[in-house]
Design a protein around this ligand. Structure first.
Ligand code: 5AD
Length: 365
């Protein structure tokens, strides 16, 4: 047991050894207990509401060379695009009309968007729609992050991908980025007053069970508000796309079941966080990957609402689902899913309860 560094007294819900035992568990009856545990914790902490976030992928330009990601800067086969302000605002107005209360602006690390362009965008979204704005734009300068917070941005997503700095360096070759930069940026975002989100991939070549246990302990220590966890899906045009898994010792599998185990444990470790059922989970199991995520700890769905003609160009991994569904079809399907689970779609902006507790703000719905 370790002591929570930020808030003093609490101890982690379980030890590293216990986490590893769950991650290696194969008995279906024991796993049912884990799913039930996550579901009970989810219901008791964040309740039955499911929050919808509309993701708009505003650019696939990226200056990074991440070894797992299909839009990395070395992939010359990608047709690059950057949406104009007008295109983005049209999409945002559309998702506001569709009933979303949060928009996530996501892109590769694209300095073609200047600090001022994003600032203008945030202000216009706020004044025209009142939506909560989540940014997922990679690592940016502190001054830029500060400016965007002042412009009205609410949340920032920055995945650490793994809590093991050596593994981080291996999958991010030739980058100025380092693991400690990302951690520092997360703390900085937190101090600026953002709701902060992070996440990892499960089954990265070279990732061990102990790494995954450390990931959970790290998020618990960080007191994270949002947590996205998905399986690693090899992309053939990347450095990690051809990896020979058997070369690694104690390798974690990039399977659906392992990703579900990590998500369920994440709910136990971070009861008040917003946890999405990720698109990568839905990609591995097109029939009910998304539903299973919601039954095993998740309380957020993040549909891809990028203009349909651009969606295939944001191919971070192959086989991504929801490439050809219109917004209306997608929303209808989601409403059916949520109803079948006996849950409800939230009609507020869905701030993270963890954020409200962490910052001492009143829990207002
Ligand atoms: N498999 C699974 N997830 C991926 N991501 C990027 N590439 C892959 C992949 N091959 C996820 C990472 C990244 C986000 C943009 O998408 O977590 O942070």
């Amino acid at each position: 047991m370790i002591n929570r560094s930020r808030n003093g007294f609490h101890t982690a819900p379980m030890s590293k050894q216990e986490i590893i035992k769950w991650l290696k568990e194969e008995d279906p009856r024991r796993l049912e207990e884990l799913w039930r545990w996550a579901d009970i914790v989810r219901e008791a902490s964040v309740g039955p509401e499911i929050h919808l976030r509309a993701i708009i992928e505003i650019s696939n330009y990226c200056r990074r060379a991440c070894g797992y990601c299909g839009i990395n800067c070395h992939n010359n086969e990608v047709d690059r695009y950057r949406l104009s302000e007008e295109q983005i605002l049209n999409s945002v107005r559309q998702v506001a009309d569709d009933g979303f209360r949060t928009v996530v602006l996501q892109s590769g690390e694209d300095y073609g968007f200047s600090v001022q362009m994003i600032d203008n965008l945030i202000r216009k979204i706020k004044s025209q729609t009142g939506l909560a704005v989540t940014l997922s734009l990679g690592e940016r300068e502190k001054s830029e992050l500060r400016q965007w917070k002042l412009a009205g941005a609410d949340r920032y997503l920055l995945k650490i991908e793994t809590s093991n700095p050596q593994l981080f360096n291996r999958i991010h070759p030739m980058q100025s980025s380092s693991w400690s930069n990302r951690l520092e940026m997360l703390h900085f975002l937190m101090d600026l007053g953002f709701e902060i989100g992070s996440g990892i991939m499960v089954g990265i070549p070279g990732q061990t069970y102990e790494d995954l246990a450390d990931d959970l302990l790290t998020f618990w220590e960080l007191d994270i508000d949002m947590l996205g966890i998905g399986p690693f899906i090899p992309h053939p045009l990347t450095a990690l796309g051809q990896n020979n898994y058997s070369a690694f010792k104690d390798q974690t599998p990039n399977t659906e079941i392992t990703a579900h185990k990590v998500n369920a444990l994440a709910r136990v470790f971070c009861p008040d966080s917003n946890i999405p059922t990720t698109t990568a989970l839905a990609t591995l199991n097109k029939t009910n990957g998304r539903i299973l995520g919601l039954q095993r700890g998740a309380n957020v769905i993040m549909p891809n609402m990028t203009p349909i003609e651009y969606r295939p160009l944001y191919q971070i991994y192959p086989g991504r689902v929801c490439l050809d569904e219109s917004g209306k079809q997608l929303i209808k399907a989601i409403h059916q899913t949520v109803k079948s689970l006996g849950r409800v779609i939230s009609d507020d902006i869905g701030m993270s309860r963890n954020y409200l507790k962490r910052t001492g703000k009143k829990i207002a719905i």
